[in-house]
Design a protein around this ligand. Structure first.
Ligand SMILES: [Zn+2]
Length: 110
């Protein structure tokens, strides 16, 4: 009985995850990655940035720039950051979908 309920809950949870992921199209995930090469001009036009390495949203002022002018996340050091000026959503759901598609090879995200 208990295990049936647990199985059901886990099914509902994974279904919910899929629903969330389906909010985003493949082309959104692929195109957003083009903005994520962290050009300084792009990031400096943004107030906020989101990292799909660690899923944190932070102020663009906090981005650390390397000598080559490319930005890094102040929390995890990843270069997988998107600026608000890219016009892509910086919410956790989108960052997570980006992370799964680009960093975890989750081609079944969409
Ligand atoms: Zn990060």
């Amino acid at each position: 009985m208990l295990s049936e309920i647990m199985d059901r809950l886990s099914f509902i949870k994974s279904y919910h995850e899929l629903m969330k992921k389906n909010l985003y199209t493949l082309s959104m995930l692929v195109n957003a990655n083009r903005f994520a090469d962290n050009r300084k001009e792009e990031l400096c036009r943004s107030l906020l940035c989101g990292c799909y390495g660690c899923l944190v949203v932070f102020l663009a002022n906090d981005v650390r720039f390397d000598e080559d002018g490319l930005g890094r996340c102040p929390f995890c050091g990843s270069r997988h950051i998107l600026g608000q000026s890219s016009a892509y959503p910086l919410d956790k759901g989108f960052l997570k979908a980006m992370q799964e598609y680009h960093l975890k090879g989750g081609q079944d995200v969409v």
